[in-house]
Design a protein around this ligand. Structure first.
Ligand code: UTP
Length: 405
C-alpha cells in the first residue's frame, strides 16, 4: 500500500490520525507503518457501542456430570481416556498468549516462580503435570503452546534453557496468536510508536484460528488427533489430559467437555455452564443478573458450575464451527500509546482491546458436558499480585495438595 492509498483508506474509515507522524519517519519506518495499516483488521472497531456482541438466548440450568456419577463410573471413564491417550488421539494446548497485566510480572506468566525454597516456575508445574499423564498412558502427546508476538521469544527461550522441563522437545510446538488493534474510547486506533499501530493479542478464543493460520493444524491431521485439551497458563493445580475427564466426554459422545468447580459465592467472577436455548453454553459472570446469580434449589446455587478454562474439544465438532465467527468482547485496558509526540504508558484504562473468548466456542460445538472437579484439588488461579486468586492463595493450595514449595 502506498501513502496516497493509505491516506484515502484511513480517511474513509476515520483513522487518519495514524499518519500523524508519517513525515518524521525514516523510509523503512514508513513502509513498516504502511504494512501495519494494510494488515490491520479495522472491522473489529464496529463492536464499539454494541452492548453485547450478541444478545443471549434463553438461559436454563445444566446438569453436570456429578461427583457421584464420576465416582460410580471412574474405572470405565479412566480406561477409555487412557486408551485414547495411548492411541495418540489426544493432544494438549496451552494458552499462554495473555499479557497477565493483573499479576504485574514483566515476563510471560508461565515464568513466574511459585517456589519458596526452590525454583518452581508455572511452566515447570504444567509440564510436570502433562508428563505424569503421558507416563500413565505410556505415550507422550503433542503439546501446542500459543504465545503472542509480545512474549513468544521469551517463552521459547525459557523452554530451550530449561530443556523443555523434561518433556520431549519434538512433541512441543509453539505458535503466535493473531492480533487486533487497540483504540481510544472514541474508537481511534492508537499508535504504539510513531511508526507502529498499537496491536494486542486477540483473546484466548483466537487459539483455533491462529493455530490454523500457523499451519500447525497439519500436525493434528498427520497424527490423526481427535481431541484437544485446552487449558490456561495460570491454574497451577489443574490436571491436564486427565484420563477420567477425557473418557467421560468421549463416552458421552460430546463435542466438548468443560471442567467445572462449585462457585464459592453468587458473585464470584467466573463464567458458568448453563444451557442457552436448550444447548450447553457458558454465560459470563457479568452477563448474569442478580436473580440468575442468586437462584437456589435445595439451598444450592442453581448456576454454580464455574468453568476453569480447562476444556476438551473434539476436532470434528470444532471443524464444524470454523465458519461461525466468534463475537468480539471489549476489554477496557491501559494501552501504551503516542500522545503529542511522546509515548505514554497510562496507569489506568484509556481505551479498548478486542478479544474473542474460548468460552464462546462451547456452545458452537453443539453438545458439551460440565464435569465436576474438586475446587481445592484442581483450581488455584494465579491472576492477581495480592488478594483473591493471587500468588499467595495459589501457593497455599499447592501446599495443601502436598506440593513442596
Ligand atoms: P486472562 O483472561 O487471565 O488474561 O487469560 P491475561 O491477559 O492472561 O491476564 P490479565 O487479564 O491481563 O491480567 C486467561 C488465559 O488465556 C490466555 C492467558 O495466557 C491465560 O492462560 N490468553 C488470554 C491468551 O492466550 N491470549 C489472549 O489474548 C488472552
Amino acid at each position: 500500500m502506498d501513502y496516497k492509498t493509505a491516506e484515502k483508506y484511513l480517511k474513509d474509515i476515520g483513522q487518519e490520525q495514524l499518519l500523524d507522524y508519517f513525515n518524521e519517519l525514516s523510509i523503512s519506518e514508513q513502509s513498516q507503518l504502511l504494512e501495519d495499516i494494510q494488515k490491520t483488521d479495522f472491522s473489529v472497531l464496529e463492536n464499539i457501542g454494541k452492548k453485547s456482541a450478541k444478545p443471549r438466548g434463553k438461559i436454563t440450568p445444566i446438569d453436570a456430570v456429578s461427583f457421584a456419577e464420576i465416582a460410580q463410573n471412574r474405572q470405565q471413564f479412566e480406561k477409555e481416556g487412557l486408551k485414547l491417550l495411548s492411541e495418540g488421539k489426544v493432544c494438549a494446548l496451552l494458552l499462554a498468549g495473555g499479557q497477565g497485566t493483573r499479576l504485574g510480572f514483566d515476563k510471560p506468566k508461565g515464568m513466574f516462580n511459585m517456589g519458596l525454597s526452590r525454583n518452581l516456575p508455572i511452566f515447570q508445574i504444567l509440564m510436570n503435570n502433562m508428563s505424569e499423564s503421558a507416563v500413565r498412558a505410556g505415550r507422550y502427546f503433542p503439546v501446542f503452546i500459543m504465545t503472542s508476538s509480545i512474549n513468544n521469544a521469551d517463552t521459547v527461550k525459557y523452554f530451550e534453557d530449561n530443556d523443555y522441563f523434561g518433556y520431549p522437545k519434538e512433541k512441543v510446538y509453539f505458535y503466535i496468536q493473531s492480533e487486533t488493534p487497540a483504540c481510544s474510547y472514541d474508537g481511534k486506533v492508537y499508535l504504539d510508536k510513531k511508526h507502529r499501530i498499537a496491536l494486542s493479542p486477540n483473546g484466548n478464543g483466537g487459539w483455533y484460528s491462529s493455530l490454523v493460520a500457523s499451519g500447525l493444524n497439519k500436525v493434528l491431521e498427520k497424527e490423526k488427533i481427535e481431541w484437544i485439551n485446552l487449558f490456561g497458563v495460570d491454574n497451577v493445580l489443574q490436571r491436564i489430559c486427565d484420563p477420567v475427564f477425557i473418557g467421560a466426554t468421549a463416552l458421552k459422545n460430546c463435542g466438548c467437555g468443560a471442567k467445572v468447580v462449585n462457585k464459592v459465592s453468587p458473585d464470584e467472577k467466573v463464567g458458568v455452564m448453563c444451557k442457552e436455548d436448550g444447548k450447553p453454553s457458558v454465560i459470563e459472570y457479568y452477563e448474569m443478573d442478580a436473580d440468575l446469580k442468586n437462584q437456589r434449589e435445595n439451598g444450592e446455587l442453581v448456576y454454580r458450575h464455574g468453568v476453569i478454562l480447562n476444556y476438551l474439544f473434539n476436532l470434528r465438532a470444532l471443524a464444524a464451527t470454523v465458519s461461525c465467527k466468534l463475537p468480539y468482547h471489549l476489554a477496557e485496558k491501559a494501552i501504551a500509546h503516542m500522545e503529542n509526540g511522546e509515548r505514554v504508558i497510562p496507569a489506568k484504562p484509556c481505551g479498548y482491546k478486542f478479544e474473542t473468548l474460548a468460552v464462546d466456542m462451547v456452545k458452537l460445538t453443539g453438545s458439551a458436558i460440565a464435569f465436576e472437579v474438586e475446587r481445592e484439588r484442581e483450581f488455584a488461579p494465579v491472576k492477581n499480585a495480592t488478594g483473591a486468586d493471587s500468588v499467595d492463595t495459589a501457593r497455599n493450595l499447592l501446599i495443601k495438595n502436598g506440593v513442596k514449595l
